[in-house]
Write a protein that binds this ligand. Structure first.
Ligand code: G3H
Ligand code: 13P
Ligand code: ZN
Length: 330
């Protein structure tokens, strides 16, 4: 057993309490490899933002759990070396079983998500409570989920969104003892969050999605005042990145995300964790495609991963400063 404190990590409890009071959200950026981790830490140190490093079960398989533990410890030391020791949470994204959550807690994670949102309500409560009871013995914080986002969630594809039912949240939170709650108010995973027919199209062909359901968020906040809320599927799918990808050989069609002004509004509410993965993937892919198209004889990975890492860092800094509002809060 490696406890997260041995790695220099923190859980999310205090960060969320401060974020709700301060009207900002903590960035939860997914990572799978060294370059993504370097970009996240550099962006957060430069902006003095706390950060949640998110690892999905797929990322854990891809990167290897032993390496991940050392990467997280390395991230803490890297931030110090860069000159500012920011609070870092290592979080399991979309955990789908008690066993996976337990294994992550035993290998140094300071926070886990147990995603029982696809289960019938009572089964979701039972599974979530089991994870909370285990996690809290080690002071690890737990995120649960109510409501289903459209798109791919933990390898389960849902065609339609099932919004969170505000009348369930109080009961869920008190029965399970979770530390934060992911809700569904119209975001979804991936780079195609809405079908074109759900959107309006501007003259230059840009898709404008339907607005998030702030009425549901407000109803939830009334029922569990001050409780930390999490927003998944919060990539904005920047038009310039999609254009670059398509200009240099990509084939992304009808990609559309959540407008940043809506995320800004959410960050000022009880939403204190905002999950962003797809935008980072787009930034890396755009930079790699462009570099390789313009330098076809190059074959040193550092030559194309270096600019990709730089573009990723700039994207994260932009999110922290202009969208989440977490700059200066570390
Ligand atoms: O919500 C899902 C995250 O974007 C992680 O995706 O399972 O492909 O690593 P992944
Ligand atoms: P995006 O696909 O919108 O980046 O969402 C990521 C996410 O919710 C990870 O859990
Ligand atoms: Zn998610």
């Amino acid at each position: 057993m490696t406890h997260y404190k041995e790695l220099g990590l923190v859980n999310s409890r205090e960060l969320f309490a401060k974020a709700i009071k301060g009207g900002y959200a903590i960035p939860a950026f997914n990572f799978n490899n060294l370059e993504q981790l370097q970009a996240i830490i550099a962006a957060c140190v430069e902006t003095k933002s706390p950060v949640i490093l998110q690892v999905s079960s797929g990322a854990r398989k891809y990167a290897n759990q032993t390496l991940l533990k050392h990467l997280a410890k390395g991230a803490v030391e890297y931030a110090q070396e860069l000159g500012y020791p920011i609070p870092i949470v290592l979080h399991l994204d979309h955990g789908d079983s008690f066993e996976l959550c337990k294994s992550c807690i035993e290998s140094g994670f300071s926070s886990v998500m147990i995603d029982g949102s696809h289960l019938p309500y009572e089964e979701n409560v039972k599974l979530t409570k089991k994870v909370v009871d285990f996690a809290h013995q080690y002071d690890v914080t737990v995120e649960g989920e109510l409501g289903v986002l459209a798109g791919i969630e933990d390898n389960v594809a849902s065609e339609v969104t099932h919004y969170t039912k505000p009348e369930e949240v109080e009961d869920f939170v008190s029965k399970t003892g979770v530390d934060s709650l992911a809700i569904s108010i119209g975001t979804s995973h991936g780079a195609n969050k809405f079908k074109p027919e759900q959107c309006t199209r501007t003259q230059d062909g840009v898709l404008i999605p339907p607005p998030l359901r702030f009425d549901i968020l407000e109803e939830i906040e009334k029922r569990i005042p001050g409780f930390p809320i999490v927003l998944h599927g919060a990539s904005s799918v920047p038009v310039d990145l999609v254009r670059t990808i398509n200009t240099f050989g990509g084939k992304l069609k009808d990609a559309v995300g959540i407008p940043e002004d809506q995320l800004r509004r959410a960050a000022k509410s009880a939403v204190c964790k905002i999950n962003i993965d797809s935008d980072g993937r787009l930034a890396v892919t755009a930079a790699v495609r462009k570099y390789l198209a313009e330098n076809p004889a190059e074959f040193d990975p550092r030559k194309y991963l270096g600019p990709a890492r730089e573009q990723l860092k700039e994207l994260y800094k932009h999110k922290i400063i202009n969208v989440l509002g977490s700059a200066g809060q570390a």
